[in-house]
Design a protein around this ligand. Structure first.
Ligand SMILES: Cc1cc2nc3c(=O)[nH]c(=O)nc-3n(C[C@H](O)[C@H](O)[C@H](O)COP(=O)(O)OP(=O)(O)OC[C@H]3O[C@@H](n4cnc5c(N)ncnc54)[C@H](O)[C@@H]3O)c2cc1C
Length: 384
């Protein structure tokens, strides 16, 4: 097996992958272009599934997150303009919670702390990988660190760069679908406490979610056409709260206060052609999905888990074959989850009246047929 593994990208997936391999003999090098402070400020709320909780417990990070996590006990799903709705409660499925909300910054900070105490992992922050070249069985990386260009060699290269960077010499073909939508993210206070209920509301503009978070606040994820979201992000606080109240209704009471707003462009992407070299691809670098079902990171963390497992078990397999096996193992789940999130967005975001009624009925049926509901919760929790 490989003696050294270089990981490009110290986002949540790259960092978790590093920690999953910490007990292996290989030397692990983690290269992250941002500083540690930059990542800390990302307030985007992430819903962690029970499968992710299991993995974070395995790497001994969960306990450091507990005081920053908010469990979701109930999920209320509705559609604007119809009476259909679905209610899922953790106790129905004998689970402590249906998921856990944490901010991106809190998660990455805890992972960085754990990494700083791991002997086997050497992490470089503000280290941007610029180019890559493969010579026989060795992978060479050139990166910029402290204003100087440096080179390193590794046996296995793991790409966890979120799918956005341009690195010379890494040739991946991706299939992209641009939704022309963005997501607006902020924290919101209301006059009724959230009691750990998450609200998912489908509107013809796009889905939106209010997720229970720390200090009784909600984290808002409001998606819609880019132009509309850009205008919403520029409103002053009171205008923004009025627009939100009008769009969401009064199910959670009056919206009182909102914090700084951030926006993210939305797209779907997956790999259509893998590189030839000894490169494994995980997380958003392998697939990007709409945040409607909160599955992007959870899917990426399962990539990290499966790849670490292949590295551990397939010690005698040639690296290229091990990577092929990993790609094959991840293909089905990725395809299923991309199809599922894309269908949700397409089905729930048009305003044809007949379709509107069917959608309302579908939500009510989900409530009436427990086996389907159970299957749905299992898929969201463990990806199967
Ligand atoms: C609004 C919104 C809400 C979301 N909600 C959820 C949710 O509830 N649940 C969920 O599961 N997912 C959610 N997601 C998806 C989730 O944020 C992503 O799936 C997750 O961040 C992917 O992690 P990653 O580590 O693969 O990539 P990233 O988080 O993008 O991290 C990649 C890292 O690589 C670094 N990097 C890039 N290029 C280089 C380079 N050349 N050299 C060195 N470093 C480099 C970057 O600086 C970055 O730190 C949401 C996404 C959005 C936009």
């Amino acid at each position: 097996m490989s003696n050294s593994i270089a990981i490009i990208g110290g986002g949540p997936v790259g960092a978790i992958f590093a920690l999953l391999n910490n007990s292996q003999k290989s030397k692990i090098l983690l290269l992250e272009s941002n500083s540690q402070i930059q990542t800390k400020n990302d307030k985007r709320a992430l819903a962690l599934s029970n499968g992710t909780k299991f993995i974070l417990q395995k790497i001994d990070v969960w306990k450091y997150l507990e005081e920053r996590l908010t469990p979701i006990k109930t999920i209320h799903t509705s559609q604007k303009g119809t009476f259909g709705r679905s209610l899922m409660e953790a106790k129905e499925f004998e689970q402590e919670a249906l998921g856990y909300i944490i901010s991106y910054g809190d998660l990455v900070t805890a992972l960085q702390k754990k990494i700083s105490h791991s002997e086997n992992i050497e992490a470089f922050y503000r280290a941007e990988v610029l180019s890559f070249a493969s010579k026989e069985k060795t992978q060479n990386l050139i990166f910029k660190y402290k204003a100087k260009e440096k080179t390193l060699n590794c046996d296995l290269l793991v790409l966890a760069d979120g799918g956005n960077s341009e690195i010379n010499g890494i040739n991946i073909e991706r299939s992209n679908k641009f939704f022309e939508h963005s997501a607006l993210v902020t924290h919101i206070e209301t006059d009724i406490p959230h009691v750990n209920i998450a609200y998912e509301r489908f509107t013809t503009m796009g889905p939106m979610a209010l997720l229970p978070n720390l200090n009784g606040q909600y984290s808002l994820v409001w998606t819609g056409p880019k132009g509309v979201i850009a205008k919403l992000s520029q409103l002053d606080n009171s205008e923004f709260l009025i627009a939100l109240q009008k769009h969401f209704g009064d199910r959670v009471g009056n919206f009182k206060l909102s914090e700084k707003r951030m926006t993210f462009p939305l797209r779907q992407s997956y790999i259509s052609k893998y590189p030839q070299e000894n490169i494994a691809i995980i997380g958003n670098s392998a697939q990007i999905m709409h945040p409607v079902a909160g599955q992007g990171l959870n899917t990426g963390i399962r990539d990290a888990w499966i790849l670490a497992d292949c590295i551990k078990k397939d010690v005698n397999l040639e690296l290229k074959l091990m990577i092929n096996k990993f790609n094959y193992m991840r293909k089905k789940e990725t395809k299923d989850i991309l199809w599922f999130t894309d269908s949700l967005v397409t089905l729930f975001s048009n305003d044809i009246i007949a379709v509107n009624k069917i959608r309302g009925m579908a939500l009510s049926f989900l409530d009436l047929i427990p086996p389907i509901k159970k299957k749905f919760v299992k898929k969201m929790s463990y990806g199967k």
